[in-house]
Ligand binder design. Structure first.
Ligand code: TXA
Ligand code: MG
Length: 349
């Protein structure tokens, strides 16, 4: 039995939230909204509780979890040292969509870190998430609250669709605002390295700590296999039921190719979806056209991305033809998710 708790983030009902906090304290699982995507939480220091997360999601056990804390001093018990660079990053970006990788202390169970001796930690910038963690009085391990492989959830309804019946409680608190997950940044070596692009951009990080590298495995192109440093990055991700094909090139060429491919695929009997943008959606004529947001406001594309992939599934399309974005700023996180959703199926025109 999953208890559904509706909470207004602008007027939080503490008693309702306390119910969720009690479940966390007692070793249960609670789904809650964060500013990025919904998370599936359990007490990070309770091995049995953490195991329930992996079971509910169907998640491979070597894929480590992020620990969510309510305030910066809660980090001290979880790590062995706090590098100078991390202090600056914490000051600037916490609470917010930045996850930092530290050397873990002995109280963090191996099940949380997938056997690694490092641990991922962040403070979410969502009033429900932070208050829930504070009330629970435990650090909360939480992956995105989707079934493993599916697009991450950005609405309460996504979570209900995926995980109702598989967790103890779901806190519905409206749509998440950032829409893509946190940036995962490894600061255990001299030059910080982005293991997963996300809500905080490389450019923003570099303003605070200077040079930042990106895990070379993220720039994988066809035929070249590099094992990513972040275990989660090697798995199938964000996959709607439909096949996704990305079309990349000059925008006009992209539009023309999408039109052609749509016509061909429809002739072959497929139902075709087109992931367009506000600027381009009127240029297409047939197919199931959904705008994912505005090219001039990538925040809107990030916010709508996972929701849009799920909408195509609801409309039962067989193929999604998607436009692409320049890999700058938030465009890095957006393209990373799109490329994974497409299983690296990118047509360059
Ligand atoms: O925005 C987010 O980060 C959301 C919300 C709920 O906070 N959480 C999230 O968790 O996206 P998840 O489990 O879906 O993704 C965590 C990512 C995975 O790619 C995982 O491999 C990586 O972080 N990760 C966790 N611990 C790590 C570690 N010690 N070293 C390297 N990568 C790690
Ligand atoms: Mg995830």
């Amino acid at each position: 039995q999953t208890r559904i708790i509706n909470i207004d983030k602008k007027d939080i009902d503490i008693e309702q939230l306390m119910y969720g906090a009690e479940i966390l304290k007692n070793g249960g699982t609670v789904i809650f909204p964060t500013e990025t995507v919904y998370g599936l939480g359990a007490n990070a220091l309770d091995e049995k509780a953490v195991k329930k997360i992996f079971e509910a999601k169907g998640r491979p056990s070597d894929n480590p979890l992020i620990i969510h804390i309510a305030k910066a001093e809660d980090i001290n018990d979880l790590i062995t040292d706090l590098p100078q660079k991390s202090k600056e990053l914490i000051d600037k970006f916490w609470p917010g969509p930045l996850t930092l990788i530290f050397k873990k202390s002995s109280i963090v169970p191996k099940i949380v870190t997938g056997g690694l001796d490092t641990v991922a930690i962040r403070i979410p910038a969502h009033p429900i998430a932070r208050l829930l963690i504070e009330l629970a009085e435990v650090p909360v391990a939480a992956p995105s609250a989707n079934l493993s492989g599916k697009p991450s959830p950005t609405k309460g309804q996504h979570v209900i669709d995926d995980l109702k019946g598989r967790v103890d409680a779901i806190i519905c608190g409206g749509d998440t605002t950032v829409g893509v997950e946190s940036t995962v940044l490894d600061i255990t070596s001299d030059i910080p390295m982005i293991l997963r692009p996300g809500g905080v951009t490389k450019e923003e990080l570099e303003k605070v700590v200077g040079r930042v590298d990106v895990d070379p495995a993220l720039q994988k192109s066809e035929g070249i296999e590099i094992v990513p440093k972040s275990p989660g990055m090697k798995y199938t991700h964000y996959s709607p039921n439909a096949d996704v094909i990305l079309i990349s090139g000059k925008l006009n060429d992209v539009i023309n190719n999408i039109k052609k491919i749509r016509a061909n695929k429809e002739n072959e009997g497929y139902k075709v979806g087109i992931m367009a943008t506000d600027e381009t959606k009127d240029k297409y004529e047939g197919g199931t056209i959904i705008s994912v947001g505005s090219r001039s406001k990538l925040e809107s594309v990030a916010a709508n991305l996972f929701k849009t992939l799920r909408e195509f599934d609801k409309k039962n399309v067989d193929i999604i033809l998607s436009e692409t974005f320049e890999e700058k700023g938030l465009g890095q996180a957006i393209m990373n998710r799109l490329i994974k959703a497409a299983g690296y199926n990118v047509l360059r025109v």
